[in-house]
Design a protein around this ligand. Structure first.
Ligand code: THG
Length: 367
């Protein structure tokens, strides 16, 4: 068995002691920080997530904070989603694009107030891009990475567990909204969001010192709910069509190719860098797009590099995430497929490391 060597460059989190005590078995690296990938097994973790409630150390979803009079202007420069109607207390899933309309990140934007925003980033160095723009345009805004670490509480019993720790008022939080809740004398933003389709919350833990106290409070309150440490689950997130930046898309892809056109208002997102490029590609329409693909046969090996999608002897796309689904009794996957072969029901072949598999483009994701 190989191991990841730990050092200062690979950051621990405020919850790492709890994660280790809970018996974490696998990590990945995300924003140069540890992100657990397995506790019992990916399949056992999946079943538990769909049945009970889990606490996830997603500290690696780092915050890029914008603070100052030009914060809202800067935020709109970063995304083709129109932010004019966004109110404090709301979270928006926002594509972030470069000058050619390529995806730089797909974070959740959190509007704390008109002049204070958090960008809860996926795995790319967005802080450098944002600082570069703020300085290049001489904007009146401070850009930095605050000591804020998200802790997710996900699963069907998430409301019950959260109500025990923060009070019944958490039940009133609407999807992709947040409110402030007291914990040990601090006010924390708690949102109804998270990287699963099972429902739940994300607590933006401000101050590393209260990380373990909060972790311990959640486990103490949830013993009879069978609360466990968990993490974003590969099977559940593919079933749910939750995209992984760097895997399912890169800066070579536009938001439209990623199926994120519904989060773009390119005509009205005035000031967005890359707007002109996106207006051009949006008019033509994408020539490839993300699709759910069911891959035949027994359990596929780990997808650690793109697998060619082939039809009629030619490559027509690639699969970038794939795993066996116990609930749907097929291999579920996410691929980028050319226009000629992206219709639901299209039969294709996927070149996996252990041979060619027949596969079918699906109408929609599984959950
Ligand atoms: N929460 C927070 N930060 C994050 C993630 C998160 N940063 C990294 C990564 N995840 C960013 N990527 C995503 C991808 C999908 C969603 C959120 C962040 C998501 N999508 C919902 C869906 O597709 O069903 C809802 C989108 C909507 O309707 O607005 O939640 O998970 N803090």
């Amino acid at each position: 068995m190989v191991q990841i060597s730990l050092s200062r460059r690979l950051r621990r989190t405020p919850f790492s002691d709890g994660v280790e005590a809970a018996g974490v078995k696998g990590y990945t690296v995300y924003n140069r920080m540890l992100l657990p990938t397995v506790f019992e097994s990916v399949e056992a973790d999946y079943r538990h997530l769909k049945t009970h409630v889990q606490v996830w150390d997603v500290s690696c979803e780092r915050q890029v904070e914008l603070r100052g009079p030009d914060a809202a202007r800067l935020m709109q420069m970063l995304t083709p989603r129109d932010l004019r109607g966004m109110l404090p207390g709301q979270c928006f899933y926002v594509p972030i694009v470069n000058e050619t309309g390529g995806m730089l990140n797909d974070p959740v934007a959190v509007k704390l107030s008109e002049d204070r925003w958090w960008i809860s980033i996926a795995d790319s160095d967005l802080l450098l891009w944002v600082k570069g723009i703020a300085n290049g345009y001489r904007l009146d805004v401070l850009v930095d990475e605050p000591d804020v670490s998200p802790l997710a509480v996900q699963g069907p019993k998430a409301d019950e567990l959260m109500a025990r720790v923060f009070g019944d008022r958490v039940r009133d939080i609407r999807f992709f909204r947040f409110d402030k809740f007291a914990f040990e004398g601090r006010e924390l933003a708690v949102a109804r969001s998270g990287y699963s389709k099972q429902g739940g919350f994300e607590i933006y833990v401000e101050g590393s010192d209260i990380g373990m106290p909060l972790w311990n409070a959640l486990f103490a309150a949830g013993e009879d709910l069978q609360v466990r440490a968990g993490c974003p689950n590969l099977i559940e997130r593919i079933e749910g069509g939750l995209l992984s930046y760097g895997n399912d898309m890169t800066d070579d892809n536009t938001p439209h190719e990623c199926g994120l056109g519904k989060f773009c208002n390119t005509h009205t997102a005035i000031g967005c860098i890359g707007r002109d490029a996106l207006l051009r590609v949006a008019k033509e329409g994408p020539v490839q797009q993300i699709r759910p693909i069911a891959i035949d046969g027994d359990s596929v090996p780990p997808c650690d590099r793109p697998w060619p999608v082939v039809a009629g002897g030619k490559q027509v796309g690639q699969v970038t995430s794939a795993v066996w689904s116990p609930d749907f009794q097929t291999n579920v996957s996410i691929g980028m497929v050319k226009l000629s072969h992206w219709d639901p029901g299209t039969q294709i072949e996927v070149e996996t490391p252990d041979g060619m598999r027949s596969a079918t483009v699906q109408e929609k994701f599984w959950i």
